[in-house]
Design a protein around this ligand. Structure first.
Ligand code: NAD
Length: 446
């Protein structure tokens, strides 16, 4: 196995699918193990403090972890124009992203009642209702993330959530980034909680004197945020749900012989700069040594120029290239890996979509960099990581909705279905169930 950073070179590890054992292949599919018990033991006292002492605990923990002394925990709408002042270029970019994301998420809204007559006189329906109170966590520890505010706030708004509480860590001066305040205003947030980490999640899960308790908490965040979401979800006393489990961000790029090495490298690096724990995988489908060398050269050259090169120096050596014989093998590996982001740098990329079984979001062809989906094309960037794209969808409008079913039977319908229900109730030994039908059917059959 090549040395990851020989003489300062920024280089991914390399594996040849024909030369690895099935155990090695299985290891490549694994993500780094998250040591959750250590994090849980740090997060539990934070949650308990917020539960027991509310706002006072939130303010103390903000002073401790974010090094800011604040007089209050929350900014209520309407937000002042001063706190959301932006230059025209940034405002226009947010507005454009907002419009595209809104358009795509509005189209996802389930506005029609589903009505099915399962047998004559037996009508079953299903309709959607918004989750009334939602908490949106917008990370802010190491970067300004208005894009996360857009990705969470827009579907909540489209769904019709009545109370949208957005939480994000304050800046060193105690203020919230104007970009996030502007988005909070646009999505109709009712409260902005000026706290981050586990304390913000706990405050939204349990409620404090000033922070409303919510029904569901969504959004990415670091391991403290994730642990707090999991703990709150498992505590039936606070009755809160979460969007999905979260791990470090990841991308899997499938590239073929005709792919553009500079584009491939740029996509790998756009993920690698997220954090030292980012997962970056290149699956090279039937490409020559020369082509692979060109991609590797581009990774080194482009990475060296990045302001976040120090992060990339940590994440790229933990990442790898897997060379496979053809597209079919590449897609098999990708489906087994179940990436958060899948980028297809292959000829006629759209033809490979039917082969995609597991992925959070797919970027199809040379001109669809992940960055577009991260910010502004319209799709959501809050996606399942860590292999959870096998069974979870990314955040979407229906994340903020629940479905209610209903049924209405006519007398004739009950007469037709009655014997079936009575028989099954009898088999289960539930006489009151049987009787609720029998008492009516007896009248109908007089
Ligand atoms: P963050 O907002 O998630 O966390 C910052 C908070 O962590 C602070 O406010 C503080 O309260 C708390 N904290 C810090 N050190 C602590 C400690 N020792 N003990 C207890 N609490 C502590 O911001 P971040 O740290 O920059 O992390 C952002 C994360 O979100 C990254 O992992 C990034 O990859 C992820 N992210 C993911 C997506 C996505 O869609 N998948 C999008 C954006 C960001």
């Amino acid at each position: 196995q090549p040395v990851a950073t020989e003489s300062g070179r920024i280089k991914m590890n390399y594996h040849d699918a024909t030369k690895i054992s099935s155990k090695e292949r299985a290891d490549l599919l694994k993500r780094p193990i998250i040591n959750s018990s250590d994090i849980m033991s740090r997060v539990t006292p934070i949650i308990n403090a917020v539960r027991e002492r509310g706002d006072a605990a939130v303010l103390e923990l903000t002073a401790k972890f974010d090094r800011v002394q604040l007089p209050t925990t929350v900014i209520k709408a309407p937000f002042s124009p001063e706190c959301m002042q932006l230059d025209e270029k940034t405002k226009a970019a947010i507005d454009q992203a907002y419009d595209n994301i809104y358009k795509f998420h509005d189209a996802q809204m389930d506005r029609e009642t589903l009505v099915v007559e399962t047998m004559p006189g037996v009508v079953c329906s299903r309709f959607a209702r918004p989750i009334e109170k939602v908490g949106l966590y917008v990370p802010g520890g190491t970067a300004v993330l208005p894009s996360s505010a857009l990705m969470l706030g827009i579907p909540a708004k489209v769904a019709g959530c009545k109370q949208i509480v957005l939480a994000t860590p304050p800046r060193p001066d105690g203020s919230i980034v104007p970009d996030v305040m502007y988005v909070a205003h646009k999505v109709g947030a009712t409260h902005v909680v000026t706290a981050g980490g586990a304390q913000a999640v706990a405050a939204m899960a349990y409620g404090t004197e000033t922070i409303p308790k919510v029904d569901k908490i969504c959004g990415p965040g670091n391991q403290y945020v994730t642990a707090a979401k999991m703990l709150a979800q498992n505590d039936s006393s606070c009755l809160v749900s979460i969007d999905m489990p979260a791990g470090p961000s990841e991308v899997l790029v499938v590239a073929d012989q005709n792919s553009n090495p500079a584009y491939v490298a740029s996509d790998l690096l756009s993920q690698a700069e997220h954090g030292a724990d980012s997962q970056v995988v290149l699956v090279a489908a039937g490409i020559t040594d020369e082509k692979l060398a060109e991609i590797e050269e581009q990774i080194h050259v482009q990475a060296s120029r990045l302001p976040r090169v120090d992060i990339v120096r940590q994440s790229i050596p933990k990442s790898y290239t897997l060379r496979v014989a053809n597209l079919s093998e590449a897609m098999d590996f990708s489906n087994d890996y179940a990436p958060e982001h899948l980028i297809l740098h292959i000829d006629n990329a759209e033809d490979a979509i039917p082969l995609v079984q597991n992925a959070g979001s797919v970027f199809v062809g040379a001109y669809s960099p992940e960055s577009c989906g991260d910010y502004a094309s319209g799709t959501n960037h809050t996606l399942p990581t860590y292999g959870y794209s096998r069974m979870y969808s990314g955040v979407n409008t229906l994340t903020f909705v629940k479905h209610i079913t209903s049924q209405q039977l006519t007398a004739d319908g009950l007469n037709r279905l009655g014997d079936t229900v009575m028989q099954l109730a009898e088999r289960e030994g539930l006489e009151a169930h049987r009787n609720a039908v029998a008492i009516r059917v007896a009248d109908l059959r007089k």
